[in-house]
Design a protein around this ligand. Structure first.
Ligand SMILES: [Zn+2]
Ligand SMILES: [Zn+2]
Length: 389
């Protein structure tokens, strides 16, 4: 019997506007876009922020067999959730077909999302008009409270508390339940209750964590966003298993997100801060969470291998130190083969001999674990690390 497995990929995790400053590279600067591949092969895309462009450039055309269906849910029409649409190359392939889901906006009326497409791709804002998009596009209007099925997957949409409206989505696959609730602010009793219902028993609960609890209580009140603390409260109340902090503020540096993550982990067992390139596998034995480093951030890759001493903390919280081999070394990160299983997003110290300006030099680097492939080699796991200094 095969175990049903679903794969959830994070292509964009930043809120409000994309960021390119180096202080935000580790978590990533692209705006919201997630991809969920359900066990029945159904592909879901959640939001069309600038992360969608990356997804499009990695698009793999199916080789024979039935064409997999792609269903795209757009939570609302703020720039950061639609800006990737004109740059999503599969939309220009006439053999492709996409099913879009979103709500009827009172500011746009019928066919809201279709109108958004046409307005976005109008002169003088974009060089080509909508007729260049030759893929088949089907649009479906969804209302908060609606439930429907796509393949073997049950979808539920609920209204969230956000200026001009926003939908949260719950996708129940045979491998587990993913709930996506970005752009929501707590404080509206009815909508708060609705969010808890949406998140009920979720395996992965992705929640807006743009602001700190202090900002949310003062200067940022009414801006339509949430905090890690609210995410923890909802997770506890709803019995969600893993909380993913999402929609990072454009002004939050990697170190600020690290600090937000640390605080959240003190309050809740299983928390991750969404980072670009992170992949979560649902339904796999052991339910391991992994992430890969996008190729664009790994320039200066070297083929060579280096001997290194690595120290860190295991999943079980024990400190370890071991001698090993470092591969795929770049200025940004490396792949390290380890007997110990470090905790995801924990810090590793790497000391190694590597070529420098004056021959071989001893280097000491600090990095964060962004990917763990537990079964990479016999007795070893391949651990992807992004260096912070
Ligand atoms: Zn947003
Ligand atoms: Zn918004």
């Amino acid at each position: 019997m095969t175990v049903p497995i679903a794969k959830l990929c994070f292509w964009g995790v930043r809120g409000s506007t994309p960021t390119v400053d180096p202080a935000t590279w580790r978590y990533g600067g692209n705006t919201p876009c997630l991809e969920l591949i359900a066990p029945d092969g159904m592909q879901f895309i959640l939001d069309c922020g600038t992360g969608l462009r990356m997804l499009g450039s990695r698009w793999t055309a199916p080789s024979g067999g039935p064409t997999p269906e792609t269903h795209i849910f757009v939570t609302h029409y703020h720039w950061d959730h639609i800006q990737g649409i004109p740059f999503f190359s599969p939309l220009y392939g006439e053999k492709n077909e996409f099913h879009f889901y979103s709500f009827r906006s009172k500011f746009l009326g019928r066919d809201s999302l279709k109108q958004v497409f046409e307005t976005q791709m109008a002169l003088p804002y974009f060089p080509v008009d909508i007729s260049a998009m030759s893929a088949k596009r089907k649009f479906k209007e969804v209302d908060g409270g609606e439930t429907f099925t796509i393949g073997q997957n049950k979808i539920t949409a609920r209204w969230l508390n956000h200026p001009q409206g926003c939908l949260g989505f719950r996708i129940e696959t045979p491998a587990g339940i993913v709930v996506y609730a970005t752009d929501n602010e707590p404080g509206e009793a009815k909508l708060d209750e609705s969010l808890r219902e949406l998140a009920s028993g979720a395996d992965i609960f992705i929640n807006d964590a743009q602001f700190t609890p202090e900002q949310l209580a003062t200067a940022r009140k009414g801006w339509g966003h949430s905090s890690w603390l609210e995410g923890v409260k909802v997770s506890r109340h709803a019995g969600a298993k893993t909380l993913v902090l999402f929609h990072h503020d454009p002004d939050s540096t990697d170190r600020m997100v690290d600090s937000i993550l640390r605080q959240a982990r003190e309050e809740f067992d299983s928390v991750f801060a969404a980072s670009e390139g992170m992949v979560i596998t649902l339904g796999a034995p052991g339910d391991r969470v992994q992430a890969h480093m996008p190729g664009t951030r790994t320039t200066l890759r070297r083929e060579a291998q280096f001997h290194a001493k690595v120290s860190g903390v295991t999943e079980g919280g024990k400190e370890f130190e071991e001698e090993t081999i470092v591969r795929d070394l770049s200025l940004q990160g490396a792949l390290i083969s380890l007997k110990h299983l470090p905790r995801l997003q924990s810090e590793l110290q790497v000391t190694m001999e590597a070529p420098g300006a004056d021959g071989m030099q001893s280097m000491r680097l600090r990095g964060y674990v962004v990917r763990i492939d537990a079964a990479a080699e016999k007795g070893h796991s391949a651990v992807g690390v992004v260096f912070t200094d």
